[in-house]
Design a protein around this ligand. Structure first.
Ligand code: FE
Ligand code: FE
Ligand code: ZN
Length: 294
């Protein structure tokens, strides 16, 4: 089965059940969500009855629960310890977030490694390693380090930096990688030759560490360090390249998640993009269709 999903909204009332229903309405076979607002750390209680219902519904649909992904809020920053209380807060919050993943039955959480904010890369990387070792001590959830675009002082925009972090983490079973096609492009990797890039990932990090792929087109040319996602086929990466990544045999069992932008900030593109991907044929009218919701 094609493991193709998208970002969905976790709402206070419907929780993970709402996520699943949203994903199924888009024709997705997996999904990713923030357990609350992505830009803050306010979190509510988890309704375990809903978790159970989702497990049963997914079994019925033949979808693997283990491929659901949580994304950590992007305000946590493990690289910067200039202000000790903020650094401690990020660590404590992530510990809680991993507990929430356990309650939800989710195995993977995607994390932006962090920004060093002037401390320099090597100090930033050491801060990340130290934090991850503390966080993973108490948990069986796997943290996936996302490859970043290299905006500002972001760490993790090269495979070598990701590898350096993994090397420092004691619990190798619970650390992994999430490749983001837009970020790879923006950080300077040629995603149009993805098989060669996968060889490089395998050589530097090990392909076994990759457990999630974010499928996004990019608004910017290679190496622009911008991180602005574009709808599938409407950016600089292009439809054919993204299709070849989604259907790459080496990535068959890895969930692929769309994080493409809402059209006019209002209309979710995912149902349309997923259908277009399944058809393997680019539709230049897609944006209009999304706007008209036809
Ligand atoms: Fe991300
Ligand atoms: Fe991403
Ligand atoms: Zn991004």
């Amino acid at each position: 089965m094609l493991l193709l999903g998208c970002h969905v909204n976790y709402k206070k009332d419907s929780q993970i059940l709402g996520c699943l229903e949203q994903a199924l309405s888009y024709g997705a076979t997996t999904f990713m969500f923030y357990t609350g607002a992505p830009q803050n750390t306010v979190r509510g209680n988890i309704d375990l009855a809903k978790v159970k219902e989702v497990e049963e519904r997914m079994k019925k649909e033949g979808i693997d629960y283990k491929k659901i992904i949580v994304h950590a809020p992007y305000i946590v920053n493990l690289a910067n310890n200039k202000e000790e209380d903020k650094y401690r807060f990020s660590i404590q919050f992530l510990k809680q977030e991993l507990k929430r993943c356990e309650e939800l039955g989710v195995s993977y959480i995607v994390l932006h490694p962090g920004s060093h904010v002037g401390l320099g890369k090597s100090v930033g990387i050491q801060n990340i390693i130290q934090a991850l070792n503390e966080i993973l001590e108490e948990s069986d959830v796997t943290i996936l380090l996302e490859t970043m675009a290299g905006k500002g002082t972001e760490i993790g925009s090269t495979l070598e930096e990701i590898k350096e972090i993994i090397d420092g983490v004691h619990d190798k079973k619970h650390i992994g990688v999430c490749l983001d096609t837009c970020h790879l492009n923006d950080s300077g990797y040629d995603v149009s030759r993805f098989d060669e890039l996968l060889d490089e990932v395998d050589k530097i990090i090990g392909l076994d560490y990759v457990h999630c792929i974010h499928i996004n087109d990019s608004k910017n040319p290679i190496s622009f360090h911008k991180d602005r996602h574009e709808n599938i086929g409407f950016g600089t990466i292009g439809f054919d390249t993204l299709i070849s990544i989604i259907y790459n045999k080496r990535l068959e069992n890895i969930p692929k998640i769309l994080e493409t932008p809402y059209v006019d900030r209002e209309f979710a593109p995912y149902r349309y993009e997923i259908e277009m991907i399944k058809n393997k044929k680019f539709d230049p009218q897609l944006i209009d269709k999304i706007k008209k919701q036809v």
